[in-house]
Design a protein around this ligand. Sequence first.
Ligand SMILES: Cc1cc2nc3c(=O)[nH]c(=O)nc-3n(C[C@H](O)[C@H](O)[C@H](O)COP(=O)(O)OP(=O)(O)OC[C@H]3O[C@@H](n4cnc5c(N)ncnc54)[C@H](O)[C@@H]3O)c2cc1C
Length: 530
Amino acid sequence: MRRWNGWGDDATHYPLPKAAEQYLESLLGVGNPRPDADIRDVAASVPKSRLWTHASITTDVETRIRHARGQSLPDWVSLRSGQINAFPDGVSYPMSQEEIRNLFTFAVETEVNLIPYGGGTSVVGHINPLLEGKPVLTLDMSRMNNLIEFDSTSQLATFEAGVSGPDLEALLNKRNFTLGHFPQSFEYSTLGGWIVTRSSGQQSYYYGRIEDLFAGGVMETPQGPMELLPHPASAAGPDLRHLILGSEGRLGVITHAIVRCRSLPEEERFYGVFFKEWEAGLEAVREVAQKGVPVSMMRLSDPLETQTTLMLSGRERVVELADLGMKSFGYGSERSLLILGISGDRRAVSSARSRAMAIFRSHGSLPAIAAIGEMWQKSRFYSAYLRNTLWKQGYAVDTLETAVSWSSIPDLTKGIIGAMQQSINQLGERILVFSHLSHHYLDGASIYVTYLFRRGNVPEETLHRWRTLKEAASQVILEHGATISHQHGIGLDHASYLKNEKGKIGMDLLQVTCKQLDPNGIMNPGKLLG
Ligand SMILES: Cc1cc2nc3c(=O)[nH]c(=O)nc-3n(C[C@H](O)[C@H](O)[C@H](O)COP(=O)(O)OP(=O)(O)OC[C@H]3O[C@@H](n4cnc5c(N)ncnc54)[C@H](O)[C@@H]3O)c2cc1C
């Protein structure tokens, strides 16, 4: 069964290797484990539902708790401490567009807010009811999960938008196709959620970000259905798909989405490639991206992420031997690991590998190691479970991400990490903070930062540490003109930063659009626009 207060299935565990435990203690100090709240105690704190009785709404208390929070760090603090405070008043599992339309009518008539819910994997507070305001009805889309139409000639598939990653891929794989959209949250996140948060999969360099894959579909708005036809390309004015992409449940509910699929690749390969230092790796991945070498992913870790990944792998002996080998080639503590992915038919994979490796070698890399790539592939979704283990050991873990042009990457990366270190040191605490570049474009790349710190004695203290770190990093991101989010979206946590990026006219435009499609303001209040 899915954990109610953490990540993933409660039968899946990620034990921390002993050496990794010592590694963390040496960098952060001894963890500060605190007992978790019991769901029965939380249940006792859930207020009575304010909704009118409705045949397709459940007000079951556990269901309401399970839809109250996503996966952001503030969400974790709430769930683990039991201080959730705001719950949906009810949850509905619509099975058709018509049912959603009826629920809109119910919401307007009874003055209720609606929160669309995909897989609840948001990491920025997208699906949280607000502390104050109207009663809240959460629309869980999980029962709208069918493949409606598949046009193999055009490689277009029409899905109901509540389909989860594994179900979507299984339905396509049966037909020898794939969407190729693999966020780390793949196990639970849904097609509708991906579209409205502008999600990016691990192999987006090859398969495309969700905005490349989303061809059209239907969004049910409070004003009626908005249908977008799947044109291969169009010059008919502004592209309205981009209103839906990133709309974060503010404009309506996507009921159907048409996506562009590809044939299953004949081969899918992953490799580990070491560079003597991160700067050499950075130049190498930029060259590969700008020369358009058709690899599927390049994830370049900085030295600390490289070291931490190796420590957490639980293969101390293999790591020791590899280190010894690398030292003989002059690779020391500045070494940086790149995970290279390549997909396609056999000849294309072989040719892309040769071209990429020639560029990597010209920047001083060691030869590609298939065993490291395969290790990464095996744990690509599993590593998210580590968060549960670390929390239990008394450490909080979170990530943040941005994207910026190539010329700003070194400064911005250093700036974010430096600001985070400084801000937490001022609180008398330490941080383990590292980064990787994961999504590459002609003009720049995304920077993905992971950070660990000790939990406080009380939930408020943990939250204060997190806020201090988040604010410090976000200020540096803004100062560099980078985006506040490359893939996680805005939700609650980034809402106050959005105006810096969109400007007054841009924000007015978004407000007016919301007002036009949702004149009664029933959709997901407080998110995206604050
Ligand atoms: C461990 C972990 C790893 C992650 N890795 C990645 C990653 O690699 N790449 C990435 O991009 N993100 C990642 N995320 C973030 C998250 O998974 C994405 O934002 C994802 O797109 C959310 O999808 P969801 O279905 O869970 O949506 P939810 O969290 O349920 O909802 C997110 C937003 O979408 C709205 N929504 C959902 N369905 C619909 C619909 N049908 N119509 C209208 N609005 C809707 C909700 O109202 C909400 O505003 C990760 C999160 C976690 C916890």
